[in-house]
Write a protein of this length. Structure first.
Length: 379
């Protein structure tokens, strides 16, 4: 099966390319490897736990056909399982002066989520990522107005790891996002945005679990709601870059609406994070676009031949508050160092301090501290 997939991804497109004019079809092939190692301790009296994993092993083929049709096929092989990531076809510059994308891709919600895992500042995204899945199957319109304003809006179905929704539940998620680039010059960048997602939940349930930003660690926070009529997610985002310094934060509020026969008809779940990074070696965090967020860091001097690469110091706080539903509060604090050997190779070190409590009043019930390392290469 895997051999067949490799043939489909690489051989067939290559043959097609050879039989077409270069001006008509453009293609790009690439991939990423992320290998993680982690040591963590849950509680003062527990033994340390150790683990390692290939966090991501991906290959992709993307391109454009006759100038106005784009596509991407990205597959993930981590943990020995095959799953679809971005698999879509996009029509560019149609009558509506924008782009229409159809397939399996990220819903336009959360700046950190839309930024590729190749370029995120920390090994794991912040806690509020758990409120909704990153990718689903659907159709989306997106456009940019005057290099300042961006708009994305789409309808999505809840899909499995192959991008299929075969349960025919008639549950539709409507997700939209509006951003504004306040400034973008040589020294300063300021990005702000707001997003909303109205979600009809399959089987009238809504639930998720969250680790303390250690993918190998323990699931400290678990939630499950039944009798759900709808969930609504409201998000705000801001990012500021000034030369070596970068600041970013997001706030998300999820409203869970239950059927009238339940004692409490509505719960509010909250989450946020704030992060800061600083390059000791003089680089700046590059901004790609309002829809795809930040991009590749290019060291002033690559590692080797008397070069040291780029060194970035990072820190973050994040929180998920489910106390309104009696499910606890999860806090996480992270410090770390990123070493960019060259534009395509990075080594990351994160130390994460996670705390779970029943509420702000009752104090901490569970702690998990994690020391993590990632070696990453993409091409």
């Amino acid at each position: 099966m895997k051999k067949l997939i490799f043939i489909i991804i690489f051989i067939i497109p290559s043959v097609t390319y050879l039989n077409a004019q270069q001006s008509d079809i453009e293609m790009k092939f690439g991939g990423r490897i992320m290998y993680d190692m982690s040591a963590w301790n849950s509680g003062d009296n527990s033994d340390n736990s150790y683990g390692s994993e290939f966090r991501r092993v991906r290959l992709y083929n993307s391109g454009s056909i006759y100038g106005n049709v784009k596509y991407k096929l990205q597959l993930d092989f981590a943990a020995g399982n095959l799953s679809y990531k971005d698999v879509f076809i996009e029509l560019s510059e149609p009558l509506l002066n924008g782009n229409i994308r159809v397939g399996h891709f990220k819903e336009p919600l959360r700046l950190e989520s839309l930024t590729s895992s190749k370029y995120i500042t920390f090994m794991e995204r912040a806690l509020p990522i758990a409120f909704a899945p990153e990718r689903n199957t659907g159709i989306m319109y997106h456009t940019t107005i005057g290099d300042k304003i961006s708009l994305q809006a789409g309808g999505f179905l809840e899909a499995n790891s192959y991008g299929n929704d075969k349960e025919l539940t008639n549950k539709l998620n409507i997700t939209s996002r509006l951003t504004y680039l306040v400034m973008n010059n040589e020294d300063n960048l300021l990005h702000i945005g707001v997003a909303n997602s109205m979600r009809d939940n399959s089987a009238n349930t809504y639930g998720f679990s969250s680790r303390a930003e250690n993918h190998l660690g323990t699931k400290l926070l678990q939630s499950e709601f039944t009798g759900v009529e709808q969930t609504n997610i409201l998000g705000t985002e801001i990012a500021y870059v000034r030369n070596r310094l970068s600041l970013q934060g997001e706030y998300l509020r999820t409203t869970v609406s239950l059927s009238p026969e339940y004692y409490s008809s509505e719960y509010e779940l909250n989450g946020y994070y704030g992060q800061v990074s600083y390059f000791l070696t003089g680089e700046s965090r590059p901004y790609k676009s309002s829809y795809t967020g930040f991009s590749r860091v290019k060291p002033k001097n690559n590692y080797g031949s008397n070069g040291k690469g780029a060194i970035e110091l990072v820190a973050r706080i994040s929180k998920m508050d489910l106390s309104n539903a009696g499910m606890g509060i999860l806090d996480s604090k992270t410090i770390g160092v990123n070493w960019y050997l060259n534009p395509n190779t990075r080594v990351m070190f994160n130390y994460v301090m996670g705390e779970l409590s029943e509420s702000d009043e009752f104090g901490i019930t569970t702690q998990e501290n994690s020391l993590m390392m990632r070696v990453q290469l993409d091409f």
